[in-house]
Design a protein around this ligand. Structure first.
Ligand code: AGP
Length: 612
């Protein structure tokens, strides 16, 4: 997602826009830019990097203007760079536009424009949409507003656009579908933004623009229309939140916001890729490199931390579905132990930030040895994405909380789709099983949403056990890595010592730890291991351990053995990790809160570990 800001009124536009962009940097910070309109001259300034770098580059520039638009980018199409930064200018240079969203059919529209002789200076879908609008305006000899309306009826995907043109010196035209837009109502001025944080210091009267609506905004006039050109009476509401709360979308912390974003981020990850009706998975990174992938002598997965846990889940799934040997390596160990890497080996690199030094250096070495690198990354255009031969983005949007949550489930979703694609190409999965799993994957966002609706139950459990000095997390099979992930989340968010273990491993020593003070979290969902897990629970209960269990709805046996339990919807065991991790994320969050810890910035940690 990106951050957008617009202003038209009696103030100098640039300072309003710049401050607004800084407030929206949590939405993206790959690049930023402004377009300022004064006396029929449209000046566009943009720069790769954070808003502060744009600000520095603006020293000495002509910033005198009372109308302008600004953008801070989270890259989706086209890597972070000056040329891919917004605002984009049309071919004539008379129109500038910023955009938050994804135009899914941009490639088709781009081809039509190229056939008409258009050329493009960026790799973005935004520049295509902008020139599509100008082309319509020129060919139909219509107003910019009409051209925007015609164009938006043709595009598919999500958008929030702000458009300014030289011939309309005080007007911003805005439109939205699927990406947010708020308009602040001032005296002789209007403010536009992705959320209210850039607006609230100037006015608390706002209009939330709805999907398929256009706004024609002048200093002293706001006209709202639907895409059918019918006027709509703007509904003005009064902001009752403070600035800090608005940046977090009303949640107390970015971590909680990002946990609750997962139904939509998983949906975004699947969108345009997985289709159970067509019984297809389309991932260009896999499809265009399928020979490298299915003929790999072996697959090595290289990652750190939470991403390493995603790799462990992937190992179980790829070996089960694709019957290709998989090894999972800590990047920091892999890079120093002089591993044997041969040409034809496939390395899957998993990283939220795409900048983790241990992972990056491990990949550089493996690439030298001839391996094919497939990157599963969240940050578009990051170093790991760039060093990869191919890959698939998780599309989770910026993850601000230091503890990785939505990026992790995005990684799992991508890795499951990769495994299914490989199995389909190799013929190691039946059509029936393939489609059964596609249907289940499409149900995941809704099932995650149903889990989140019961979040308060985990808050009660967290407050009950927050003073424990140690925790154990136990799971089997696909849920063993989730036990590790649950332990890591608790450690990094609450500073309580926690260990994850394969449940069957307890009898080989760790069970000596069990007494009446030890909370033991079991991932005990209904799968092939369930009976064994129940036995493990009985072993713990016999030693007075306190059992907290994540169970499948209706599982009375596990519930009766537990001191506390949390039920989740049923799901095929291969994709159940997408669900079982959610209550563990919430548990760690609420324990951390109960202990008064700043869960977004836990001590000693950094969001991206770019040091070795
Ligand atoms: C996860 O909650 C941690 N913040 C940390 O383990 C993280 O997963 C690890 O540093 C890897 O980061 P990356 O995914 O950006 O490479």
């Amino acid at each position: 997602m990106c951050g957008i800001v617009g202003y038209t009124g009696h103030r100098q536009a640039y300072p309003v826009i710049l401050k607004g962009l800084k407030r929206l940097e949590y939405r993206g910070y790959d690049s930023s830019g402004v377009a300022l309109l004064k006396d029929g001259v449209l000046n566009v300034y943009k720069k790769k990097g954070k808003v502060a770098e744009l600000e520095e580059s603006m020293i000495g520039k002509n910033i005198d203007a009372q109308i302008g638009i600004g953008h801070t980018r989270w890259a989706t199409h086209g890597e972070p760079s000056d040329r891919n930064a917004h605002p984009h200018s049309s071919k004539s240079g008379k129109i500038a536009m910023i955009h938050n969203g994804i135009i899914e059919n941009y490639a088709l529209i781009k081809q039509e424009l190229v056939n008409k002789g258009y050329s493009f200076t960026s790799d973005t879908d935004t520049e295509v949409l902008l020139n599509f609008i100008e082309d319509i305006k020129n060919n139909n000899e219509c107003s910019l507003e009409e051209a925007i309306r015609i164009a938006l009826k043709r595009v598919t995907g999500a958008y929030c656009i702000l458009v300014v043109e030289q011939d309309n010196p005080d007007t911003i035209i805005a439109a939205r579908k699927g990406s947010p837009l708020v308009i602040g109502i001032g005296k002789g001025e209007h403010f536009l933004a992705s959320d209210a944080s850039p607006i609230i210091e100037y006015t608390k009267e706002v209009v939330y623009v709805n999907d398929y609506e256009l706004a024609i905004v002048k200093p002293d006039e706001l006209i709202l229309k639907n895409i059918g050109n019918e006027k709509i009476t703007p509904f003005i509401t009064k902001l009752d939140m403070e600035l800090a709360a608005i940046e977090k979308g009303g949640y107390d912390h970015f971590m909680l916001k990002e946990i609750f974003e997962q139904p939509s981020t998983i949906f975004d990850c699947l969108r345009g890729r997985l289709d159970s009706k067509e019984s297809t998975i389309k991932m260009s990174g896999v499809d265009l490199n399928i020979e490298h992938i299915i003929n790999a002598n072996r697959i090595m997965i290289v990652a750190c931390g939470t991403s390493w846990h995603a790799g462990l889940v992937a190992e179980y799934i790829i070996e089960e579905l694709c019957r290709i040997p998989v090894e999972v390596e800590y990047a920091s160990e892999f890079r120093y132990r002089n591993p044997i890497v041969n040409k034809g080996d496939l390395i899957i690199a998993i990283s939220q930030s795409g900048e983790t030094a241990d992972t990056l250096v491990a990949l550089e070495k493996a690439k030298e040895d001839g391996a094919f690198i497939f990157g599963v990354v969240n940050a578009v255009g990051s170093s790991i994405a760039r060093i990869s031969n191919a890959g698939a983005y998780t599309h989770a949007g910026p993850e601000i909380g230091v503890a990785s949550t939505k990026a992790f489930t995005g990684q799992l979703a991508v890795l499951i789709m990769v495994a299914l694609s490989i199995a389909k190409h190799k013929g190691t999965i039946t059509d029936a099983r393939f489609n059964e799993l596609l249907v289940e994957m499409e149900q995941i966002p809704e099932k995650v949403d149903s889990i989140l609706k019961n979040a308060e139950q985990l808050k009660v459990i967290a407050e009950k056990y927050k003073d424990a000095s140690d925790f154990l997390f136990l799971g089997r099979g696909y849920n063993f890595p989730i036990a590790l992930e649950g332990a890591l989340k608790l450690k990094e968010i609450s500073y309580i010592h926690a260990e994850g273990y394969p449940a069957a491993e307890m009898k080989h020593g760790p069970i000596a730890l069990v007494d009446e003070n030890l909370p033991v979290v079991f991932i005990a969902t209904k799968d092939q291991y369930h009976e064994k897990i129940v036995s493990n629970m009985q072993e713990i209960k016999a030693r007075k351990g306190k059992i907290i269990s994540i169970i499948t709805e209706g599982d009375k046996v596990s519930a009766e053995l537990s001191n506390d339990c949390f039920a989740i919807p049923t799901a095929d065991e291969i994709i159940a990790p997408l669900l079982t991790v959610i209550p563990l994320q919430l548990l760690s969050y609420y324990v951390g809160i109960a202990k008064g810890i700043d869960v977004d910035k836990p001590r000693n940690l950094a969001k991206s570990v770019t040091v070795e």
